[in-house]
Design a binder for this molecule. Structure first.
Ligand SMILES: *Cc1c(COP(=O)(O)O)cnc(C)c1O
Length: 232
């Protein structure tokens, strides 16, 4: 991949690659949501991407996101990093979506803050796909129990699952993880018909096309848009 191009060129290229993957997978054009992973990027860079047609951004840290969101409030902002308990209220006030719910307790806290703010926050349950190096997320076993917590919570709408496969593996090696997340979603949807779970957030710069082929509805792409970060 070339990362030397301008942000606008990268944005166009990523949209084009998404469109081709949608076509290959027999998915409707425009059905996959591109979330630009903008951690460590300046507001200036983010505005450049916005001007090039990107409207959805994902941030990993509440503190870092705050300034950017107030600088570009018209964009849609997703929380894609680990959410600390003491940051829940702030996150609910700042983000449209929270993709990284990793416990029933967090669900309850988010719902409580959302109800107080008079809104319903769409959330994804982050699943630990059993990769040794990644400790984040809910294990497959615990997933139904956590999902059940959401029943009766008025401030959250559990809309699907999110996962981060092991970093740095070959895109084709990511595929089984994507299949696994899709199967977990399908099983959960059968088990809990009251939940609608249309969303699968999976796939990053190195493997978003494979993810789309396996059913991703949301891809989170940083490097292919902004270039290589100085930190991960
Ligand atoms: C940084 C990040 C991404 C994007 O990673 P790239 O490889 O730069 O595309 C996606 N998801 C999460 C949760 C991230 O933290």
């Amino acid at each position: 991949m070339e990362y030397g191009a301008t942000v606008a060129e990268n944005v166009a290229r990523v949209f084009d690659r998404i469109a081709r993957a949608e076509r290959r997978a027999g998915r409707a054009p425009g059905s996959v949501k591109l979330v630009a992973a903008s951690k460590s990027q300046s507001l200036l860079m983010i505005k450049e991407a916005y001007a090039a047609g990107l409207t959805v951004f994902g941030e990993n840290y509440v503190q870092e996101a705050q300034e950017k969101i107030s600088g570009l409030p018209d964009a849609e902002w997703h929380m894609i990093g680990k959410l600390q308990g003491n940051k829940v209220r702030k996150a609910v006030s700042l983000f449209s979506w929270i993709q990284t719910v990793d416990s029933g307790k967090r669900l309850e806290e988010i719902s409580q803050c959302a109800v107080e703010a008079g809104k319903v926050v769409p959330v994804l349950l982050e699943v630990n796909l059993g990769a040794e190096e990644s400790k984040a997320g809910i294990s497959a076993n615990e997933l139904p129990a956590v999902a059940e917590v959401s029943e009766g919570l008025r401030g959250v709408k559990v809309s699907g699952l999110m996962a981060i496969p092991p970093y740095g593996i070959d895109p084709e090696e990511s595929r089984p993880y994507f299949v696994r997340l899709r199967n977990l979603r399908d099983a959960l949807a059968r088990r809990m018909p009251s939940l609608e779970l249309p969303e699968l957030s999976m796939g990053m710069s190195g493997d978003f096309e494979e993810a789309i082929e396996e059913g991703a509805t949301i891809v989170r792409v940083g490097t292919a848009i902004f270039g290589v970060r100085s930190w991960r």
